[in-house]
Design a protein around this ligand. Sequence first.
Ligand SMILES: [Zn+2]
Length: 244
Amino acid sequence: MGPVARASSYMANVLFPRGCAGCDRPDEILCSECRVLFDCGLSQTLETATMGRWFACGWYRGAARQAILSWKDHGDEECERPFSVALCSLAERVGLPDHLGGASRDRVLIVPAPSSLASMRQRGRRHMMPLATGLASYLRERTGMRVRACEALENKGTAGRSVETGGTAQRSQRLKGRIVVREKFLLKDKAVILVDDIVTSGTTMRRCIDALSLGGAEVVTALSLAHTPAGRPAKAGRHFSSEI
Ligand SMILES: [Zn+2]
């Protein structure tokens, strides 16, 4: 950063100090109270994954929802760090490093669930890639295995900007057959961990896993920052169990 940019950044911080992405508490990227919301450790059955379950850091509601929206749709890239930490903590908590270490595999890939081209253009960035890269480097360090993040999937569907629009059936229909493995990626003999920001009905996640499996990958599990159960998020107990 040059002196002018540094001065501008300093002035911006003095004039407009940032607040917590979740609750707007002053001088924090994500305050400790909001960080705790990403430390719930939720899990649900996922038959098509070798771990048999998928996991989420927390619920998509309240301040957690606010923080995710600030990061995802309003360009608050400083949240990458705390979110990356949350995802790595989740991986550790559910025993992912041990699970990976127990098998001989050519390579482990961390694959983000792909946004549609329209959503990506709107944001101007691939928001899940820094988190996928963070998780890859953590798992590399932790297991000594060859782990890397890559965008092996492509979403050819129409823009599904908000997770809150459309019913499950509608969304399912819209995404049907639209998630594909990019041609240059050879997934045979690769172990894949899918990562996503928000899992709602799980339809997108399952489509991603179908595409990865079809490409020859062995899907280990899926990790997401947050989960919104279909229907009423506040009373989701019977749809979703926190069993970790
Ligand atoms: Zn906060």
